[in-house]
Ligand binder design. Structure first.
Ligand SMILES: Cc1cc2nc3c(=O)[nH]c(=O)nc-3n(C[C@H](O)[C@H](O)[C@H](O)COP(=O)(O)O)c2cc1C
Ligand SMILES: [Mn+2]
Length: 460
């Protein structure tokens, strides 16, 4: 059976990773706090105040452990596994119908306020659709693009949209140069591997839905939209179809963003007018809480870590690379490796700071004996293996992620000029390299006699 949001709910539930919330929950005033707290389990809200009959899924995945379940791998194997699959694609398949076409609404019957859209942060400008993935096309080539864009509710059939200068922004610019609206479709509610694929920054013109196919191990089945020349997965829960009018910008934001700040690119941003909504008869909504160490962050961590893993493993031809993990707040990244030569870890860290992603600003290299999934262990390595004078290198004058409050903002939000400018840092917290065994042996980590063999459970 093809994977969709329902097969994912079943899988999580069978593994004891999903909690059903049967008491009434208000999406405006209660849901955000519940999602924010549930960092271990997914939540299926079954009773939504003001939205009779609706259910909503959130915090699924709640963490990278859940992401490993979605990818069918182990926690330790997750990032190397995803990195290996990044160069493979499975082309999409067109089908004529699907569950997402069970209900169709057009024009005045489209009412986004009928959806249980939740409010994430206390200072948010209103409810935002955060669990939608947006399909647009390059008008020159017809190539599809899939990306995340938060959609601030601004009425029955209107939302704002944050479109950071990347691929869908390039598409929008092409439509704006022609003075015509850009068609857009958003699907809300699907298997998490669609969300993972959408969060990858790949080459312009590459269809992220083909990456989703590779992750899913089966072609994504697409149906034609009703009112725009776009295609969407036939087994999503809900699809919205609309267009972005050229050169229109309105106030948008604030919004609780991925780094746990309201520094969120708010200002004059594009709007979307929605003219059609199709959905399953018993559609389940998707509520995505953004912020550090909640669901939105999982969709950042896995793609970014895998892209960096793939990028740095060939530095100098071969690196004895073990793992990569983006750190809380998304602006840090830890690289786990066994350095063979003096300086090699720094070469790798330079690569980690200069990838497809602008987010990483603090790159830390650790050895294999440091648990990359434990922030405590990483801090231990920082305090015990770093000689600051030689192991910490600051790189001034580099482009920084445009939502990093610590760097200087330049240009204009909603325009190609928007950026931040600041510095990055490399921290080599590895042991001396294997080429210098005497120096390396100083840093042998203590282990008790019987480590790994004498187990407490056998003595209880
Ligand atoms: C949970 C989540 C939310 C995101 N929200 C937005 C957003 O509102 N606007 C945006 O431009 N990028 C957002 N991104 C950044 C994504 O990297 C981006 O949408 C997408 O991957 C870029 O795709 P593209 O390069 O094909 O346009 C978000 C990413 C994640 C993981
Ligand atoms: Mn893209």
């Amino acid at each position: 059976m093809p994977k969709d949001m329902r097969s994912w709910i079943t899988e999580l539930e069978e593994k004891g990773e999903l909690l059903r919330v049967k008491k009434p929950v208000d999406p405006q005033t209660e849901m955000g706090a519940l999602l924010y707290q549930s960092r271990d389990k997914g939540l299926l809200f079954e009773n939504l105040k003001g939205f009779p009959g609706w259910k909503s899924l959130g915090m699924a995945p709640a963490n990278v452990r859940h992401a490993a379940i979605a990818f069918g791998t182990t926690l330790e194997g997750l990032i190397p596994n995803v990195a290996d699959r990044l160069d493979r694609r499975i082309p999409c398949k067109m089908v004529s119908d699907g569950p997402v076409k069970e209900v169709k609404k057009f024009g005045n019957d489209v009412d986004l306020t009928s959806l249980p859209v939740h409010r994430s942060g206390q200072k948010d400008a209103g409810p935002f659709i955060t669990g939608g993935l947006c399909v647009t096309k390059d008008p020159d080539t017809g190539k599809r693009n899939l990306s995340f864009h938060r959609l601030q509710l601004k009425g029955k059939n209107k939302t704002g949209a944050l479109i950071v200068p990347r691929h869908s922004f390039l598409n929008l610019r092409k439509y704006e140069e022609r003075g015509i609206p850009m068609p857009i479709a958003t699907f809300i509610g699907h298997h998490p591997l669609y969300y993972m694929a959408a969060a990858f920054t790949v080459a312009y013109g590459m269809d992220e839905l083909e990456i989703a196919g590779e992750f899913l191990g089966e072609p994504v089945r697409l149906v034609k939209c009703e009112t725009v020349d776009l295609e969407v997965p036939c087994d999503a829960e809900i699809v919205l179809e609309g267009h972005i009018p050229p050169h229109v910008r309105e106030d948008e934001g604030p919004f609780a963003e991925f780094q746990d700040y309201y520094v969120a690119g708010m200002g004059k941003n594009p709007i979307v007018e929605w003219q059609c909504m199709t959905m399953r008869r018993d559609a389940i909504f998707k509520s995505l809480q953004n912020g550090s160490e909640v669901e939105g962050c999982v969709y950042h961590k896995v793609p970014m870590s895998a892209a960096i893993f793939r990028r740095v493993r060939n530095i100098g031809g071969f690196v004895d690379l073990k793992n990569v993990l983006v750190q809380p707040g998304i602006f840090g990244v830890a690289v786990q490796m066994t350095p063979r030569y003096y300086g090699e870890a720094k070469n790798v860290l330079m690569g980690a700071l200069s990838s497809e992603y602008f987010h990483p600003k603090i790159a830390i290299a650790v050895d294999e004996d440091v648990n990359i999934f434990s922030e405590n262990d990483i801090l231990w390595a920082l305090s015990t293996r770093v000689d600051p004078e030689k192991d910490i290198t600051v790189i001034p004058g580099v482009r920084i992620h445009s939502m990093d409050a610590a760097a200087r903002e330049m240009g204009v939000v909603g325009q190609l000029t928007w950026q931040r400018f600041g510095s990055k840092v490399l921290i080599d917290a590895t042991k001396p390299p294997t080429s210098d065994p005497a120096a390396r042996s100083q840093f042998e980590r203590v282990k008790p006699i019987g480590f790994g063999q004498i187990l407490l459970k056998d003595f209880l």
